[in-house]
Design a protein around this ligand. Structure first.
Ligand SMILES: *[C@@H]1O[C@H](CO)[C@@H](O)[C@H](O)[C@H]1NC(C)=O
Ligand SMILES: *[C@@H]1O[C@H](CO)[C@@H](O)[C@H](O)[C@H]1NC(C)=O
Ligand SMILES: *[C@@H]1O[C@H](CO)[C@@H](O)[C@H](O)[C@H]1NC(C)=O
Ligand SMILES: *[C@@H]1O[C@H](CO)[C@@H](O)[C@H](O)[C@H]1NC(C)=O
Length: 797
């Protein structure tokens, strides 16, 4: 640690942590790494472009969008295309059934390997390219596989990440020491490791985040016996990723034994031929809970002191750990540097038969944010017939993980349950805090499916508070199941459907990958005062962990605060919609990771808001703090919430939650402009479809005369739609500018741009006008920003 300044104390208080002086229980820290190269050459263009064929004819409005995409890509790549340098159109590309926009995802291929951050997303309608993002590598193709950036002096991204965190760590440590001794700390606070307690709930500041211990090169070189040693690279990553000092020491002192214990085999479960390069699987990896998936790829790394970009040959790993699910790129040859890492887990402080009988639940109804805002009522299983055609308590026998390996004698296709186990979500307790879920306890409401359970926590002595909370587990799990299904159905109706990567065990033959319902753990024993969501690519279950909050007695249960659940589920939404369903690495850190948090706050706040305007804070009830868990409540009043785009430059704004708070505040202001113009609807749920599947307009959509796209009539439903459509249009790894432009483009597509000036007015009010800028961007979200409060000239008349 460098010198600690008392001056930073005040800042820490302001930007600091909401729960600092509240939390007195054992709060466990989840370590989470997230960093990688900045792609200066990446572009996002949202000016429509007419693709012209080789024969110089324009592509017609009814052209195959994939053909348009191919011509477009080949036009952009031009003479770069060769046998060694090509591209593939990813299979998770799709056409949005409401807007008619085809979202095409393209991956760069060099020497037969994917360039894992060489992404294009191309949005196409009526033969036109509406917008596209492009981060393809444009340098010379390496002559052979390993002729890469290893000999170039590349930056050490992990080290750079840590340099950026140092200031913030110092700040929090200073205020921690002050709070410990109740007096200011002067001078240098020594170089001892910063204890987790000092870092509070800021998970990106875990004490071991900055452990970048290179495996001694003598060892790594030995392991290099073969040309590309996968296991040495993986151990290097595990040293950085594990939160446990014990595991680090064990790896370093028993290095050879770990290398020999780890077993590689190739994944060969493709029944049908596949053009995907198969994964290698690695077993017995220290601290991983499942075999690690590995494959060779390239990533782009910046040169040290210039704008050059180089390719580095890496092992790409997918590592599932107790509290993390990492996608990491580690250079394939020694020294095995970690080039980038994304944690798929995010914290908060997210002819079909009709069911004979629908379930009922004694819950806080959707829209009632928490127990302070209303009472529990009896709610019906009011499933949306488009989103959940078989209801919430049915799923095919074949897609039921509790029946894996069981021989069935039934001819029935769907299995009906009387528990919190269905096609969209598996909800259960997880007191042990482990990864198993199938056999965990969940309530069974019996034949009548009446989920009516007691929730009357008593005030106890502190040591008994946990046991008291566990007594109402039935009510908790039922609530979590209900809220998660309501969100599933709501997001579905705004376009988070099967092809765009939603979470369902069975996709009803409508495309996308199934077997990925949300695993929703109530009262998860792995921590207090938080929640998190892990989003692997489409086709693998999302996992949500909800915690108890020891901020009061009786303990408060995050499962009952809808805002927290919605925030978590929204991580799944934004991660799957940005950059395509099969790419979970598009909101990794910095501004994009921050927006991943911000969308959750914004959507949760929009869901709870009513016709009479009010400010809202996040997590007030669970945190037992009026101001909630963010720095400011969401508000139109600049005294109450002063955030603007430039706020991101402040100390304390490196973490994704602080960045997200600024984004959510900007969206909140933008949404109020639309509400002023178009009014407010009390329900965000569109009308039920008619028997033939068409959707009536009701008072929800504007009159459409059978035409698409359907346009929500009111301000709050319209912004909901624009935000989701924007997620589909924006590029992989967007910044605030790209996300803003994508929302404006979404309006252009949906309404012909009638809200152009209303939207700009909202963005500009918070500094995100057309001339806002950022320079010296860093991988963790730093940089120097300039606010622009002007609107485009066309709007200022
Ligand atoms: C599940 O419920 C549906 C709808 O009532 C019914 O058609 C089906 O037979 C049930 N499945 C089984 C296995 O009982
Ligand atoms: C939960 O509900 C079941 C019935 O599904 C009941 O038997 C059990 O006693 C309840 N558990 C608690 C802790 O109330
Ligand atoms: C909004 O405020 C008006 C007038 O104060 C009141 O009559 C109405 O019930 C309120 N509506 C809601 C949804 O709270
Ligand atoms: C904004 O909030 C401040 C502080 O609460 C208050 O004094 C002021 O009156 C508010 N302004 C408006 C326009 O409501």
């Amino acid at each position: 640690m460098r010198c600690l300044l008392t001056a930073s104390l005040a800042v820490a208080g302001l930007a600091g942590n909401a729960l600092a002086h509240r939390v007195d229980g054992p709060v466990r820290h989840r370590k989470s790494l997230g960093f990688g190269p900045v792609h200066k050459h990446a572009v996002y263009r949202s000016t429509p472009y007419q693709v012209v064929t080789n024969a110089f004819t324009r592509m017609s409005a009814d052209s195959d969008p994939f053909q348009v995409a191919r011509l477009f890509v080949e036009d952009i790549l031009g003479n770069q295309l060769s046998e060694a340098s090509s591209y593939k159109i990813r299979k998770d590309s799709y056409t949005d059934s409401n807007t008619g926009i085809t979202h095409v995802y393209v991956r760069q291929i060099i020497n037969g390997l994917e360039v894992s951050d060489g992404d294009m997303n191309i949005n196409i309608k009526d033969g036109m390219v509406l917008s596209y993002g492009n981060s393809f590598f444009t340098g010379a193709t390496p002559a052979h596989l390993a002729q890469t950036a290893l000999d170039v002096d590349i930056r050490h991204p992990h080290q750079e990440f840590c340099d950026g965190l140092t200031d913030e760590i110092e700040m929090h440590y200073t205020s921690f020491l002050a709070s410990q001794s109740d007096q200011e700390v002067m001078g240098d606070a020594a170089s001892a490791p910063v204890p987790d307690a000092a870092l509070k709930h800021l998970t990106h500041l875990h004490h071991s985040n900055c452990r970048f211990q290179d495996i001694p090169s003598t060892l790594a070189a030995e392991a290099q016996g073969q040309d590309l040693e996968l296991r040495a690279a993986l151990l290097q990553f595990m040293i950085a990723a594990t939160p446990s000092d014990h595991v680090v020491n064990d790896i370093l002192s028993n290095y050879d034994s770990h290398l020999s214990k780890m077993v590689e085999y190739s994944e060969s479960n493709h029944f049908a031929p596949s053009d995907e390069m198969p994964y290698m699987m690695v077993e017995n990896v220290p601290d991983a809970v499942n075999p690690v998936k590995a494959k060779l790829a390239y990533v782009q790394v910046p040169g040290k002191d210039d704008d050059s970009v180089h390719l580095s040959l890496v092992w790409k790993f997918e590592v599932e750990m107790q509290d993390n699910w990492y996608e990491a790129a580690v250079s394939a040859t020694a020294p095995h540097r970690i080039i980038s890492v994304v944690d798929w887990a995010s914290d908060a402080p997210v002819p079909i038969p009709e069911p004979e009988q629908t379930a009922t639940y004694n819950v806080f109804a959707f829209g009632v944010n928490d127990p302070a805002e209303g009472k529990r009522t009896t709610e019906k299983e009011n499933f949306d017939t488009l989103a959940s055609p078989v209801g919430w308590h049915s799923l095919p026998f074949a897609n039921d993980p509790s029946l894996r390996g069981v021989r069935l004698s039934t001819k029935e296709f769907y299995r009906n349950t009387t528990t919190t186990w269905g096609n969209n979500v598996f909800a259960q307790e997880n007191w042990e805090g482990q990864n198993a879920y199938v056999s965990n306890y969940r309530p069974d409401a019996g034949k009548g499916k009446s989920f009516d359970f007691t929730y009357k926590p008593k005030e106890t002595e502190k040591p008994d508070a946990l046991e008291e909370a566990q007594k109402y587990i039935n009510a908790t799990v039922a609530q979590l199941f209900y809220t998660t299904n309501m969100v599933h159905d709501l997001y579905y109706r705004y376009g988070f459907d099967e092809v765009s990567g939603n979470f369902q065990q069975y996709n009803f033959g409508r495309g996308g990958q199934g077997n990925d319902a949300v695993i929703a753990n109530a009262q998860d024993g792995s921590g207090y005062n938080n929640a998190n969501f892990m989003t692997p690519p489409d086709g693998q279950n999302g996992r949500m962990r909800m915690y108890l909050w020891n901020t009061a007695i009786p303990y408060r249960d995050g499962d009952f605060e809808a805002g927290i659940v919605i925030h978590e589920l929204s991580h799944g939404l934004s991660t799957r919609l940005t950059g395509g369903p099969q790419n979970s690495g598009c909101l990794p850190f910095g501004e994009s990771g921050g927006m991943g948090e911000g969308w959750g706050d914004f959507l949760a706040t929009t869901i709870r808001s009513t016709a009479n305007y009010s400010d809202y804070a996040m997590g007030s009830w669970a945190a037992n703090r009026v101001q909630g868990i963010r720095n400011y409540p969401y508000s139109l009043n600049e005294t109450i919430n002063p955030s603007t785009y430039k706020t991101l430059d402040k100390p304390g704004y490196f973490g994704v939650h602080a960045i997200g708070e600024v984004w959510a505040q900007i969206l909140w202001v933008v949404s109020q402009g639309l509400i002023e113009e178009h009014g407010f609807t009390d329900t965000l749920y569109p009308p039920a479809p008619r028997a033939d599947g068409t959707v009536p307009e009701g008072d929800f959509y504007r009159p459409s005369v059978g035409k698409k796209p359907l346009v929500p009539k009111h301000g709050n439903s319209l912004i909901f739609q624009l935000v989701l459509n924007g997620m589909k249009l924006q590029p992989c790894r967007p910044g605030f500018f790209e996300a803003r432009d994508a929302i404006i483009l979404a309006d252009q597509q949906l309404t012909g741009g009638e809200n152009f000036c209303t939207l700009w007015k909202g963005f500009s009010a918070k500094g995100l006008g057309p001339d806002a800028s950022v320079v010296l961007r860093t991988p963790w979200g730093g940089g120097v920003r300039t606010d622009d409060f002007e609107v485009p000239t066309i709007c200022s008349a």
